[in-house]
Design a protein around this ligand. Sequence first.
Ligand SMILES: C[S@@+](CC[C@H](N)C(=O)[O-])C[C@H]1O[C@@H](n2cnc3c(N)ncnc32)[C@H](O)[C@@H]1O
Length: 249
Amino acid sequence: MSHPSTSPSTTEPRTDQLSGQERASAVNNIFERIAPRYDLMNRIMTFGMDQAWRRFVISKAQIPAGGKMLDIATGTGDIAFEAIQRVPNVTAVGADFAPRMMVVGRERPLGKRVQWAAADALNLPYADRSFDAVTHGFLVRNVIDIPRALREQFRVLKSGGHVVCLDTTPPRDNILRPFIALYMTRIIPLIGQLLTGQRDAYTYLPNSSLGFKSPDALASLMREAGFVDVQYKTFNFHTIAIHWGTKPQ
Ligand SMILES: C[S@@+](CC[C@H](N)C(=O)[O-])C[C@H]1O[C@@H](n2cnc3c(N)ncnc32)[C@H](O)[C@@H]1O
């Protein structure tokens, strides 16, 4: 997979309008380019709320002390770090298909505690029933085949283990929606341009979020993958959804 070092020209198709391997490569390329400023950008555009969402993810993952968790699409490892801080003696595997994101994560204070792994969420290099919990943040909106990604997570999870999924969700059609859409389509790309120099990465975020699956539709896909007790909670004016479910015994 090639990683051009410059932003795509404006004449190229939008990443959210691509499909299949072309889209996967474009997504991979975006995260390779924004890796150095990814964490700072997250803190600023979410007003620091993103870490609270990740804490909620770990609370729902119910990882036993000494257990083993997989954070797929770990990026710079925020969810894996949260697990390390909250769960005694946890083994945290952080896997992603964009190596530069993990290089940034490895340099962070708890970076040596995470077992980093290059992996595609659609083809996890782990045996069946390897993990007590599987988490992911902002994967499902990016991955080209959500049912397959969920089936892979189900496969590598132990019976009784929990999956937790954090992602953006389309804002509700109410009085707030125009303001939220304005923030997402105008302000975020501007901050992204100023902080990362990669405006297209931060136009991809609103473009892929506003038309993404509703929380109910995503919950249905999780049930179809085999998970039970699937529930979700929304945050931040219904722009973020956290789903969780269990692999039956
Ligand atoms: C927005 S970042 C999220 C990083 C981290 N989970 C967090 O909460 O900040 C999305 C990550 O998903 C990764 N990703 C997207 N598709 C993937 C795939 N098919 N397999 C593995 N990682 C993928 C990207 O490389 C990127 O690091």
